[in-house]
Design a protein around this ligand. Sequence first.
Ligand code: ACM
Ligand code: ZN
Length: 755
Amino acid sequence: MRNFILVLSALFSTVFYAQKKPNLIPYPQTVNITEGEFIIPETLVLNDKLPKEETDYFKKRLGSLVKFKYSSKTEGAHLTQALVPQPKIPVTTEDVREKYTLTISPKGIFISSYTKQGYFLALQTLIQLFEEHREDKKIPALRIEDQPKFAWRGMHLDVSRHFFTVDEVKQYIDYLTMYKLNTFHWHLTDDQGWRIEIKKYPKLTQIGSKRKESMIGAYADNTFDGKPYGPYFYTQEQIKEVVKYAQERHITVVPEIEMPGHALSALSAYPELACTKGPFESATKWGVMDDVFCPKDETFTFLENVLDEVIRLFPSQYIHIGGDECPKTRWKECVHCQELIKKNNLKDEHGLQSYFIQRIEKYVNSKGRKIIGWDEILEGGLAPNAAVMSWTGVNGGIEAAKAKHFAVMTPGAYCYFDHYQGDPQSEPNAFGGFTPLEKVYSYNPIPAELNAEQAKYISGVQANLWTEYITDFKQVQYMIFPRLMALSEVGWGTSDPKNYKEFENRVISQFKVLDKMNVNYAKSIYNISGKIVPGNNGITYELSTSQDSKGVRYTLDGTDPTINSKNYQGPISIPKSITVKSAYFENGQLKSSISSQQFTISKTTGKKITLENQPSENYSFGGASTLVDGIIGNVKQLGKTWLGFDGKDVVATIDFGQKTGFSEVYFNTLENKGSWIHLAKSAKIFVSDDNKNFKLIKEIGKEEIQNAKGKIKLNAGSQNAKYLKMIIENAGIIPAGNPGADSKAWLFVDEIGVN
Ligand code: ACM
Ligand code: ZN
């Protein structure tokens, strides 16, 4: 390889030109712009010694841009390549399989690499350059030397909660290809559906691939659609087709078969594998289920037979065996499980989890493969050769690497693409969380706690797409794009969070390619943020965007800003209850989603407010003024329009500034028992003219608050006062029988208004 580079350097001048950086994602390790440019011809002449499958892919991707012709001569061909013999270990321990050099001169394009995979990666770079210069047809001459930092650059797809067709899975694999990811983690089984045909156990797909109905809306609503889902699964022929498709793109498919937890769909088909008798049904709600595989011999025989078929279908070095979120409820009550713990001198049920995983590992190892599992496989002791996928945070990865086990980093806060990527109010319903593009881009897979030697055990990074709230493929596209691009650059090792803005510009350039492919990517990076500022005459509303503020337009009457809207000039005064809709435009074209903010203005809006107890740090949003900002709380936005108090009461005093007449007081308090949020126990309203002597004018109890479902509107008689004080009482200690029993309840309040 080095020889080729030397020759090429001599041929093509190494003078550096201060040209614009090419719009490449992931950005290569080194890019040197040289003299001149390659003019994209009408017909691109390909040397006929180019590796066939890889070149066919290139032709398919660029078929709308150029025609192609083959030539047996190197001389005169526009695209040539060389495969260089791989250096022999131990001459180098560097992994060169994905390394490539791409040289573009006015005369032509030359790629050198050690493998076809390297050649294929170079073609991805080349495709992006062709796409960038689709219009001007001139690619600046350059030389790129490139290779990834991390060996595992993965994307996961959950097909259990919602199923995606073979064609959709292939499209998904193409998205990985475009951005040089190399691992597709296929989450094939879970409580809500078993999606892979296993010949020996036909009931897995006959019974386990269906569920009675599916949960819809927010988890707390406990609402179901009443529609049977399935049977949906992949036949073994279809699995082979997908694996082959991925192989042609140098992508490894890692299958996941969940155990010992997340097994309810398997138990619905084979209830004898559980601790109790059943019968069981595939789950209809999301979450974690108590019924799991019982570690009896019969279960191990079953799992070994399943894994036999899986191993035959998937050539990957790693088989993912799940291992996450396995409640120990049934094992604690099961005679067999308890005997097994005693017989094997295990410490407890966590030891039994470890026993389970180690026994499976031994089997998988005996077939020449390795296991990888979610970080709970560390519980009770890690299996000797296992790799860890660190999702609950980074600690699992740190612990694994310190113990010289490989780890793939996929911490929820950075790598869960089922989270919101913009203000939830302007986004489709999602699982929760907030993981915008910039956050993904800021991630460094190497934890600071590791030294250089330990860091070598971090194999890479992956993002996960859980599909509880993703019912169709358009929404899959929306959730992965553009965040997949940030992941790609993080995994390639060329991300630079300080220069996020520059990355964002490259992302925007990639949108043109996605537009052509009709991909439904999220436009959240264009979205408008609004900020409420209290002033002497009520509140004003400031709009901002990470883009050019001249593109911000809005309406004040709730109408669609794409039809008739004003250019944003500065803070908007909000004198009465209205809805502000805003969006970002470029050349008259809508770029963002439409942000909508409804204001409910009352005599408290924008007034001075003080709180005796402060809200919890995570739920303190705009501080005390959140309660008088004119915004009624949105349940989807607990981190925004609400204040959350951990075990404390709301004791708020509002200063009207002058004597003010009113006869109605309102506020909302929230109930979401699953999240330990309880309605207020009581509320008291006081008035004062001197902020010292307060008179109680109204009091309500628990029953009234419950009957109103927390939406409180009270007749306050005829008042005229300078100060209003409210004491909204926290529910206190959570009673038995509720999630979080014996802990302090949360009290959430959004707004205190008077009319
Ligand atoms: C997981 O998110 N339960 C791995
Ligand atoms: Zn059991």
